[in-house]
Design a protein around this ligand. Sequence first.
Ligand code: UFG
Length: 323
Amino acid sequence: MKVLVTGGAGYIGSITGELLLNEGHEVTVFDNLEYGHRDAIDPRARLIEGDLRQPESILGAMREVRPDAVMHFAAYALVGESMEKPERYFRNNLVGGVNLAEAMLACDVGRIVFSSTCATYGQPDTVPIREDTPQRPTNPYGESKLMFEKVLGWYRELHGMRATYLRYFNACGATERLGEDHTPESHLIPIVLQTALGQRAEVGIFGDDYDTPDGTCLRDYIHIVDLARAHLCALTSEATGPFNLGTGSGFSVKEVVETARAVTGRPIPARILPRRPGDPARLIAAADKARDVLKWTPSYTDLRAIVASAWAWHQRHPHGYGR
Ligand code: UFG
């Protein structure tokens, strides 16, 4: 298939692009390179530099490429920033998404796989979280993703657009070539590994008074190769609509730090800090729908293997991409 990958220079988009190419698909990356990395784009892919916020930019790319399907990763994804600058999130993630969907309609492109998030659920009353768990986002980032899910839901119903929304839990890990490099970095595993490398003095643990076994937050860490594989399953499946992507197991912040100490053999100093506003205590997926319908099974269920893959990449790229 010819696949247009928005945000294909980013963390999850670049790895999915690589996998698509390995499976024989043709990939065009559409990215403004604001946060993405040119070096993360597979040399076999074509890059169109453009911005979803400009309708003519994405329409021009869609007309030129005429893809069979779109994979839509491009978005702002910093929860904390979204609380300070919500307009950035609604403009980029929602308006940009609408521009993309309109360009698809104009060019008769009827298939989209959209990167959504467990942040659309907010603070769930029950875990594990199912696809029909009520979605009540607690920040504009999650809200912007939910709003675009709804736009696609209407386009599914009214235009017959085949839209799949993949709700990622905590993406992490790396491949041989591609890994996690955000500026600024806010995610736990890269921060822990930067501390192991001596680039940070310590890890701040945001709260140890949650209602969890060790008092720190539980998250469902899902390896990006597994996430990328789920996109390929979604692309070739007849099924549409929402799918949670997680392993179904939760690990605490303290367990992540401990695991990283074991994997790296470095001390990794850590200090308890106040809670980070908006953090739910537990985010763990019920991912049986993706297993049953998409025939997707995560291969990385061991936190140690996940952290080891990220550590290997961080050691090879101590300063990230191209620096
Ligand atoms: N954490 C720390 N110290 C840090 C960084 C994180 O204790 O320096 C804790 C957080 O409080 C949280 C856990 O580690 O309990 C994981 O935090 P991340 O920032 O790595 O990821 P989040 O769970 O906040 O992920 C959320 C959503 C995702 C979304 C992502 C956006 O759950 O769906 O933010 O980047 F994609």
